[in-house]
Design a protein around this ligand. Structure first.
Ligand SMILES: *[C@@H]1O[C@H](CO)[C@@H](O)[C@H](O)[C@H]1NC(C)=O
Ligand SMILES: *[C@@H]1O[C@H](CO)[C@@H](O)[C@H](O)[C@H]1NC(C)=O
Ligand SMILES: *[C@@H]1O[C@H](CO)[C@@H](O)[C@H](O)[C@H]1NC(C)=O
Ligand SMILES: *[C@@H]1O[C@H](CO)[C@@H](O)[C@H](O)[C@H]1NC(C)=O
Ligand SMILES: *[C@@H]1O[C@H](CO)[C@@H](O)[C@H](O)[C@H]1NC(C)=O
Ligand SMILES: *[C@@H]1O[C@H](CO)[C@@H](O)[C@H](O)[C@H]1NC(C)=O
Ligand SMILES: *[C@@H]1O[C@H](CO)[C@@H](O)[C@H](O)[C@H]1NC(C)=O
Length: 717
């Protein structure tokens, strides 16, 4: 097929950079039947350079072939022919005919005029780089080592399109190619190709040749093979994603000096506006740590709750209790709250289709907000910030804490899976801040209801071949030409890890200290813990007995619950098979951390949260947090109410109160004999830390009513 060397194979939409005749004035003609995202981007780059653009065919029904939404085919040539006829008397006009859905300008009209003049022909077509070495076609192509030529204005292009007498769905590409490869016509029309990408850069087959070139105000692309700076960049063939990447920078979308220059264009002013109705689809597709906290964040989003309808797909029986609890406490908070549970046996794709379709079918639904249960939105403004950006599809960047793992891909591999783009790390780490047109996102995103009812009006976007549902959705969106943006303009939150989530315990999040340390800390460490270091927020009620907050209420409650759930209290007997020697001189009624498989996690807690305090109060003493005896003690008048004076087999001991005096028990406390010093009002979540031997003989004071729980570790025995 002859056209292969002139243009991309396939559809007209991939080709068609036609360019005619020298003059002082440049007119850009483009055919576009719809204002797609790509078209708006084209216009933005054209306006930036002050091009004069005439758009042909807007609003016309597309007849140019089965490519559906793309411009192209014979209809396009017919429209150009009509437009050129109207311009017939404008002899000094240079006409640039380009596609617009997948094309941007990287330079201005003056540069095109200058380069065109240098090219010394009347008609210049874009060339496609990699086909150039094709021998069979090379024979047919004229040598481009042309001498100096005199240029004049004329109607070469008009002459070409005026030959058009075919149908709207005929192949325009073949039409131009035939003309070009006919030596007589080529000469008469004075036609040539832009072989060295001086003006036109087709990306198909040339992705590896093209790099970004950052300037102070403007970003260009550089063709590294011809060392040229092309003016017109065309994402033909399968290179639309690469064009999207380039257009995240070119011509002035983002640069190092000024950052993002279009981020505040076309934004929606929510302060003036009634808040749009948002349909929130929540997807719990696997056991997910910190689900109650996830729902709390949904509840505390800064958005009018009566504008939110919530749809929850819960695939896990394990989470039914969490959802039930949330629903009971908040049943009237949202406009509506609907749960589809595991008994429905929906696949993930079906569930996501169902959620999205609820918005699509509801004409009052302005936005669909899809939110997976592993997204911790720490920014309460997230929904507002996304709506304000006014895009068809936009997601907030969320990342796994301390990792490069995030909810978007900057590029795709040939088989459609993850590939790392040059800017991926900078975007994840927020070294480049802006809004990024990307090929894949998941976990959390906002879609306009109007887009769901137009471009994305099919019902089953999440089911496509054997693709995972998110990949299916993104591929569909790409194919419909709807841009997907990820914004990292704010810190929105993080992705938690659902890997290794063992749900065989009672309060399983307690075990998440390794997998999700940030969420673990947030949930289980006392709110004022860090003040120990910043404000010396700790007390010394007895000599060398330090007292400080360490556990949150939740930590205390869940540890007690976990122990009671396990239930095998030792009974406070001297004989104890759990310890070496089998005999305990000062036994307590207790359960060891080891018995509930919590030893590893507990020791990590000591290293992370106790060791720094040891270093502070016993200056110079560094503990590796080694401890054999880690246990929860239960004091209750009916079983064991107190503990007689004793030393601990530790260098130092921590003793954390797990419940409240007066509400949960009476009595209790601790007395240090050497100093005649008692602490009679232990505080829930606060820990004592004291030397274990020699100086700190101590006893557990009687619990007179109720049940008192403490967690104890003998550290560095
Ligand atoms: C486009 O025109 C405006 C208004 O005349 C001017 O300020 C701006 O510099 C021009 N842009 C370029 C890229 O030449
Ligand atoms: C047209 O192109 C040829 C080279 O292919 C050149 O010799 C000639 O001067 C050009 N200009 C005109 C006006 O014919
Ligand atoms: C759930 O659906 C899967 C596949 O759709 C099927 O194999 C399975 O038997 C179903 N389970 C129940 C309990 O209906
Ligand atoms: C989950 O924890 C239980 C109890 O500690 C243990 O027996 C089981 O092997 C764990 N499962 C996995 C998959 O780690
Ligand atoms: C932390 O300290 C502040 C101020 O002293 C206090 O109001 C707050 O209740 C403390 N937080 C907890 C969880 O005790
Ligand atoms: C211990 O302190 C209490 C008051 O706190 C006091 O009544 C008692 O005499 C003291 N005992 C000794 C041995 O100093
Ligand atoms: C013991 O606690 C229970 C409930 O916590 C309370 O009703 C009772 O009065 C308490 N007894 C004493 C002697 O304080």
């Amino acid at each position: 097929v002859l056209s292969a060397s002139l243009y991309t194979r396939g559809h007209w939409k991939c080709c068609g950079n036609v360019f005619l005749s020298f003059a002082e004035k440049l007119l850009v003609l483009t055919v576009a039947t719809e204002e797609t995202d790509g078209f708006l981007r084209f216009m933005q780059s054209a306006n930036y350079f002050n091009y004069t653009v005439k758009v042909l065919g807007m609003g016309e029904a597309w007849k140019g072939g089965d490519v559906g939404r793309s411009i192209g085919g014979g209809q396009k040539v017919r429209l150009l022919k009509e437009a050129m006829e109207a311009l017939a008397d404008q002899e000094d006009l240079l006409v640039l005919s380009v596609d617009s859905y997948d094309l941007i300008f990287a330079g201005g009209p003056e540069e095109i005029l200058r380069k065109f003049q240098k090219a010394n022909h009347k008609v210049l077509f874009a060339a496609e780089g990699l086909i150039w070495p094709d021998k069979r076609l090379a024979d047919k192509y004229p040598s481009m080592r042309s001498g100096k030529r005199y240029l004049n204005s004329g109607g070469g292009f008009q002459k070409i399109v005026s030959q058009w007498n075919l149908h709207d769905n005929d192949d325009d590409q073949l039409f131009y190619t035939k003309i070009y490869l006919d030596p007589l016509q080529r000469q008469t029309l004075n036609m040539t190709l832009d072989h060295k990408c001086q003006i036109f850069q087709n990306l198909n087959g040339a992705v590896d040749e093209v790099l970004l070139k950052f300037g102070t105000d403007r970003v260009r692309v550089r063709n590294t093979v011809y060392d040229s700076l092309p003016v017109v960049v065309h994402g033909n063939g399968n290179t639309k994603m690469y064009l999207n990447y380039l257009a995240n920078y070119v011509p002035n979308t983002w640069n190092y000096e000024h950052g993002c220059s279009h981020c505040d264009d076309d934004v929606m002013d929510l302060s003036q506006l009634k808040f749009p109705n948002v349909f929130v689809g929540v997807f719990i597709e696997q056991p997910t740590p910190f689900l109650p906290e996830f729902f709390q964040r949904l509840l505390t989003l800064d958005y009018p709750k009566d504008k939110l309808k919530v749809f929850v797909h819960n695939n896990e029986v394990y989470h039914e209790k969490h959802i039930q609890k949330f629903w009971e406490e908040n049943r009237n908070v949202f406009n509506s709250f609907k749960v589809v549970g595991p008994e429905e046996n929906l696949s993930q794709g079906e569930a996501r289709n169902m959620g999205m379709d609820l918005c699509r079918k509801d004409a009052t639904c302005d936005y669909y907000f899809s939110l997976d249960s592993d997204v911790m939105l720490t920014n309460r403004q997230t929904l507002k910030l996304l709506i304000e950006q006014n895009r068809k599809i936009i997601g907030p960047l969320v990342t796994r804490h301390g990792k490069l793992w995030s909810n978007f891909w900057g590029a795709l591999s040939l088989d459609g899976y993850y590939a790392r783009s040059e800017d991926y790390v900078d975007i994840v780490q927020r070294k480049r801040v802006g809004m990024w047109n990307i090929p894949f996102m998941a976990h959390v995103y906002l879609v306009k209801g109007s887009a769901l009812r137009n471009e994305l009006k099919e019902r089953n976007y999440f089911v496509l071949e054997k693709l995972d549902p998110d990949m299916a959705f993104c591929r569909n969106a790409r194919e419909m030409g709807v841009f997907m943006y990820i914004t990292n303009r704010h810190d929105f939150g993080r992705l938690i890890s659902t890997a290794n989530y063992n749900i065989s315990h009672y309060n399983n999040d307690l075990w998440q200290i390794f997998e999700n340390p940030v969420d673990w800390k947030e949930k289980y460490i006392h709110q004022n813990y860090t003040r120990i270091f910043t404000e010396n927020y700790l007390e010394q009620p007895c000599p060398d007995v330090f007292w400080f907050p360490v556990f949150s209420e939740k930590a205390c409650d869940e540890i007690v619950e976990e122990m009671e759930h396990y239930g095998s209290w030792s009974g406070g007997k001297h004989e104890d098979k759990r310890i070496s020697g089998g005999y305990e001189t000062v036994p307590t009624d207790d359960i060891h951390m080891k018995q509930i498989s919590y030893e590893k996690e507990w020791l990590h807690f000591i290293r992370e949260f106790i060791s720094p305090i040891t270093l502070k109060v016993f200056s110079g003493y560094f503990t590796k947090g080694y401890a054999l005896m880690n246990f929860v003690v239960k004091y209750t008048p009916a079983r064991q109410a107190y503990l007689r004076p004793h030393h601990d087999s530790s260098t130092f001991t921590i003793n954390i109160a797990l419940n409240n005096k007066d509400t949960d028990f009476q009595g209790g406390g601790c007395r240090f004999h050497r100093y005649n010093c008692s602490i009679e009002s232990p505080r829930k979540g606060w820990s004592f830390m004291h030397p274990g031997r020699l100086t700190h003989l101590h006893e557990g004071l009687p619990t007179t009513n109720g049940t008192r729980y403490i967690a104890v570790s003998f550290i560095d025995p």
